[in-house]
Write a protein that binds this ligand. Structure first.
Ligand SMILES: *[C@@H]1O[C@H](CO)[C@@H](O)[C@H](O)[C@H]1NC(C)=O
Ligand SMILES: *[C@@H]1O[C@H](CO)[C@@H](O)[C@H](O)[C@H]1NC(C)=O
Ligand SMILES: *[C@@H]1O[C@H](CO)[C@@H](O)[C@H](O)[C@H]1NC(C)=O
Ligand SMILES: *[C@@H]1O[C@H](CO)[C@@H](O)[C@H](O)[C@H]1NC(C)=O
Ligand SMILES: *[C@@H]1O[C@H](CO)[C@@H](O)[C@H](O)[C@H]1NC(C)=O
Ligand SMILES: *[C@@H]1O[C@H](CO)[C@@H](O)[C@H](O)[C@H]1NC(C)=O
Ligand SMILES: [Zn+2]
Length: 508
């Protein structure tokens, strides 16, 4: 007699490809950016290069809180204007030219490591220039000297000819720095002392440098084993911007690459590029010190190139969640979540915030998988998403080709409450889980476990298992004939189900 044995069991079936596990430490960008002074070039130094170079005036950036709250209203009319403006700007703007410069104080690298670094940096820079366009800098890029450093006394009489110019040199002035890098004199404007408030006679302190041709942004790469590198276990790189143009657009920054990480046997190109991208997007504008300097160019399609400051773009919502309210960000988030709330702002991380409650990362519960969330997953699980690109568009400094965004999978069509603390415990959610059982990561290519982390604040999601989570790795296939019917293959995907497997008992 032939019996058929029905085995009911909970199993994981696997069918497509990719992977993910958390591999990086905490992003220290905010802490690093906070620690440095940014030098801002003033209008005159750019417009009046031939005559005004020696008269370069600088001011320290002054982060102000504007009382007015600019809540973006993404009405369709507004968006139409926005689109027209984007088209108009596309014409005037060209892909950003990022010049990378290896700092001379960098540690020596082996041939292999140097190659690794060059390939990763070039790849990152080419991704950024395919996404962001700017009005090209006319003439060579020259960085500014900080008058508060080279000068001991500044003429302060508004009606004097030499108003705001240096009256007495600071004899202990040495150089300008960008994070840990000494900026070569050749990249800097000159500076001079004016002996009288109204007379033209002056003494040159430093000559004008040659500057860098065909450059819109200067990225110093400093390879070292800094204190941050050695004290933070998985630190690979960190960055900050140190100079900006008169409109606030960052002009120069430094990325520190932790030398020993390049030598690591587990070095991976894709995770390095991902991290460099994350840090560079901070440096180029997605930074809490810059949010309130973003500019609104939407009412300016008729030309003239003048954009007005948005004012304050961040504000707390009714639940106490800090959000960014700018037109493009609001619009793409509504599309993503399929929300009709036209005043919806994109939530910022509410951990690791400054005294004003700001973070330079997106809220992990709502924008999990975004390149600008605080914890980066495996590269294939991270998107250069449309909300991040919209934010860069809303800086007013860039024209962004939004059609190049990798659309965010997390939370698609889930509505404006998605990811809020009360709703994440809903046990019917497609994205959140309850308990601590096994399941599948939301992109379905990893076996996963229901867990939480610091940034999820008690919400739980399926994160890849520590070992053998990848369903596309054939070597993860358990030995012998699997009772569960699991197949590990490059085409496998993870599904959580209770399978029935029919077994011929005559063969048992
Ligand atoms: C400021 O400069 C103007 C013009 O040089 C001069 O007439 C005036 O007395 C100065 N004021 C002060 C307070 O020094
Ligand atoms: C934007 O990107 C898309 C896709 O890469 C490309 O086809 C299109 O030409 C780009 N548009 C502009 C204005 O550069
Ligand atoms: C968006 O929401 C509307 C109702 O609010 C619904 O009819 C529509 O199917 C939703 N679209 C998507 C893509 O979820
Ligand atoms: C899911 O939630 C509902 C109501 O919140 C509850 O009655 C049910 O027991 C929960 N199911 C599980 C499996 O936790
Ligand atoms: C994963 O593998 C490592 C090394 O084989 C082992 O030390 C660790 O305990 C494993 N973790 C789990 C959760 O099985
Ligand atoms: C599969 O699981 C669901 C709920 O987890 C249960 O209701 C159903 O009876 C199970 N099916 C079989 C065939 O065991
Ligand atoms: Zn970061």
């Amino acid at each position: 007699m032939l019996h058929t044995l029905h085995q009911h069991s909970t199993a994981l079936l696997f069918l497509l490809s990719l992977w993910l596990t958390s591999s990086h430490g905490k992003c220290v960008f905010d802490e690093v950016q906070q620690s440095i002074t940014v030098t801002r070039a003033e209008e005159s130094t750019v417009k009046n290069r031939s005559t005004g170079s020696w008269a370069a005036k600088q001011s320290r950036t002054n982060i102000q809180r504007h009382p007015a709250v600019a809540r973006g209203s993404a009405s369709s009319q507004h968006l139409q204007v926005q689109r027209q403006m984007e088209r108009a700007m596309m014409i005037a703007m060209s892909p950003i030219r990022i010049h990378t410069w290896i700092a001379q104080e960098s540690s020596a690298l082996s041939e292999v490591d140097r190659e690794r670094l060059a390939v990763a940096v070039n790849h990152t820079v080419s991704i950024i220039s395919s996404l962001l366009s700017v009005r090209h800098t006319a003439g060579p890029l020259l960085l500014s000297r900080d008058i508060n450093k080279y000068c001991k006394f500044i003429w302060r009489n508004v009606s004097a000819t030499n108003y705001n110019r240096c009256g007495r040199a600071n004899s202990s002035y040495k150089n300008e720095t960008c994070l840990s890098v000494t900026i070569p004199d050749d990249h800097l404007r000159g500076c001079a002392v004016f002996h009288h408030p109204d007379a033209p006679d002056r003494t040159e302190l430093r000559h004008e440098g040659a500057g860098l041709n065909n450059t819109d942004f200067l990225l110093y790469v400093h390879i070292q084993n800094s204190h941050r590198c050695t004290t933070q276990p998985s630190m690979l790189a960190y960055a900050a911007h140190c100079q900006s143009d008169p409109l606030g657009r960052p002009l120069a920054g430094t990325v520190v690459i932790c030398r020993d990480r390049l030598r690591h046997q587990n070095y991976r190109h894709d995770s390095t590029v991902q991290l460099l991208l994350h840090e560079l997007l901070h440096v180029l504008g997605f930074s809490r010190t810059l949010f309130n300097t973003w500019r609104d160019c939407s009412h300016n399609i008729k030309g003239g190139g003048k954009c007005s400051p948005h004012g304050q773009v961040t504000n707390l919502d009714e639940e106490g969640q800090m959000r960014i309210y700018t037109p493009s960000v609001s619009h793409v988030l509504q599309e993503h979540l399929n929300s009709t709330d036209t005043t919806l702002g994109a939530p910022l991380e509410n951990l690791d915030v400054d005294s004003a409650g700001l973070s330079s990362h997106w809220e992990a519960r709502v924008l999990q998988g975004s390149i600008m969330s605080a914890t980066l997953a495996e590269p294939s699980g991270v998107q250069i998403d449309q909300i991040t690109l919209a934010a860069l568009q809303d800086t007013g400094w860039y024209s962004v080709n939004l059609s190049r965004a990798q659309s965010l999978v997390w939370g698609q069509g889930e509505g404006s409450l998605f990811g809020s603390l009360p709703t994440c415990h809903d046990n019917m959610s497609l994205y959140f889980c309850t308990g601590s059982g096994l399941g599948c990561h939301y992109l379905h290519v990893h076996k996963a476990e229901c867990v939480t982390d610091l940034y999820l604040e008690g919400c739980r999601i399926y994160k890849p298992l520590e070992n053998k989570s990848e369903c596309w790795k054939e070597k993860n296939q358990p030995g012998g004939v699997g009772w569960s019917g699991e197949i590990y293959h490059s085409d496998s995907r993870c599904f959580f189900s209770n399978l029935s497997k029919e077994v011929d008992p005559t063969l048992v």
